[in-house]
Design a protein around this ligand. Structure first.
Ligand SMILES: [Zn+2]
Ligand SMILES: [Zn+2]
Length: 441
């Protein structure tokens, strides 16, 4: 049975939440103040904590930090509740480690959604025989590729095997459905989800790397957007010029599109991230700025079972610096700075089970595209080896590369990977590719 801890100094509020959670099949414990709440969480780590913000003594921010700093509570989801309406409080709570901020009086539909986002009680302790049969949303950690192309969709006879749709990857882990990027591949994903969740509410999380066309153009054609019982949370970072919300809305304004983003019937929330680390249910998300024009991030998702990193657009800084120096171009960064940036990136992706990374060019093509914000296959293999990733997925294929060309790039990457001791599997992403990334041990 999933367990929730309610830390709240108002006895009435505590009782309402406790009743509600018990009704939903949760085991409930309660604490009347922050100090006893932290102790209770540490003594017996819960799956979920509801914590009031304004309490005497140890306040909600302090509780968040204490819980986030405790390794044994890493997978505990933290929801802050507050009667305050200040955006700054919400931002500070998220920064302190909360994954949600609920305004009082509590909207019980939202509370229900949070409770529902956890696996059903039976899935918490699967028997060995039932574990294999559980649905991907409950037990397995798996990745499915819906769009693997960069820059612009490129359908046609030459791209039949790898596919012509742009960046969109579905991840199912720890009961969550997480979509990485909203390129044109998102349209087919939407159709599949509509079939699978016929008659059932749909809770989705979308993480955007950035808002270049090839990463957002599928969103207006994503069928769950038009379903009243679908809930879509969109996470991303504010762009260089305008907010994430403004950019996503603008691509659906007339004359570009007939329905405005704020007129769609689904529950659609945009969360502009201020912290580089947050949680989606029990999935931990870390972000890192990619070397790409504008604001662009890569994500690392960590679950109890495994991890993946997603860098759809990235130019390795040291190669960029070397290429500029070789061409006699003025130095933007010193070699030492570029190397340290790259070392930090390698540290960020260190030991990841699956590394999905921009490998748009061959090394010959890269020479003509220095500073475009994309990588060549050779460099991506080098990064993956340095980070000791277990599997590398070549991603963001050039729209001018046909299937034969991508085959050749994959072969080349495999030769490079085999030349080094250790074990790195390499595969070029294709539409329909599925990878389990949960460790079996
Ligand atoms: Zn791109
Ligand atoms: Zn881009």
């Amino acid at each position: 049975m999933p367990r929730v801890l309610i830390i709240e100094d108002d006895a009435d509020q505590r009782e309402i939440l406790a009743l509600f959670a018990r009704e939903a099949g949760w085991e409930v414990s309660e604490a009347p103040d922050g100090e006893s709440g932290i102790k209770a969480a540490q003594a017996d780590p819960p799956d979920l904590v509801f914590c009031d913000l304004l309490m005497q003594g140890v306040n909600g921010f302090q509780v968040c930090r204490a819980i986030r700093n405790d390794a044994s509570l890493r997978s505990t989801r933290l929801v802050v509740t507050s009667g305050r309406v200040f955006e700054a409080d919400r931002a500070a709570a998220l920064e302190a480690g909360a994954s949600d901020y609920l305004q009082k009086p509590l909207n019980l539909n939202r509370v229900q959604e949070i409770l529902d986002s956890f696996p059903a009680p039976k899935a918490k302790t699967p028997s060995p025989s039932s574990a294999d049969k559980s649905s991907p949303a409950e037990g397995r950690a798996c990745i499915r590729f819906w769009g693997v192309r960069g820059s612009i969709a490129s359908p046609g006879p030459g791209t039949v095997r790898y596919g012509g749709n742009t960046s969109c990857v579905e991840v199912r882990a720890a009961g969550q459905i997480i979509i990485l990027d909203a390129g044109t591949g998102m349209r087919a994903l939407g159709r599949r989800l509509m079939e699978e969740y016929k008659g059932r509410p749909l809770h989705l999380n979308l993480l955007l790397s950035h808002t270049h066309w090839d990463h957002i153009q599928g969103l207006p054609y994503f069928a769950p957007l038009y379903r009243p019982d679908a809930h879509l949370r969109v996470f991303g970072y504010e762009g260089a010029r305008s907010s994430l919300s403004a950019v996503l809305s603008s691509q659906m304004e007339s004359p570009f599109f007939p329905v405005g983003l704020h007129d769609v019937p689904s529950h659609f929330e945009i969360e502009e991230l201020r912290s580089m680390r947050f949680d989606i249910g029990p999935v931990r998300v870390d972000s890192w700025f990619a070397n790409h024009p504008g604001i662009c991030v890569g994500y690392r998702l960590t679950t109890a079972g495994g991890s993946l990193a997603f860098f759809p657009d990235n130019e390795p800084p040291s190669r960029q610096q070397q290429a500029r120096a070789a061409a006699g171009l003025p130095e933007e960064h010193s070699a030492a700075y570029a190397e340290s940036e790259e070392a930090r990136l390698i540290e960020f992706i260190k030991g990841v089970d699956v590394l999905i990374m921009d490998a748009q060019y061959t090394s010959e093509e890269y020479a003509a595209h220095v500073g475009w914000g994309h990588a060549c296959v050779d460099d991506v293999v080098r990064l993956a080896l340095a980070a000791k990733a277990r599997r590398l997925v070549l991603f963001h294929h050039d729209p001018d590369h046909d299937d034969t060309m991508i085959d050749r790039m994959q072969d080349h990457a495999r030769v490079l990977a085999r030349a080094v001791e250790g074990r790195l599997d390499v595969v070029a992403a294709y539409e329909g590719l599925e990878i389990d990334f949960g460790r079996k041990d």
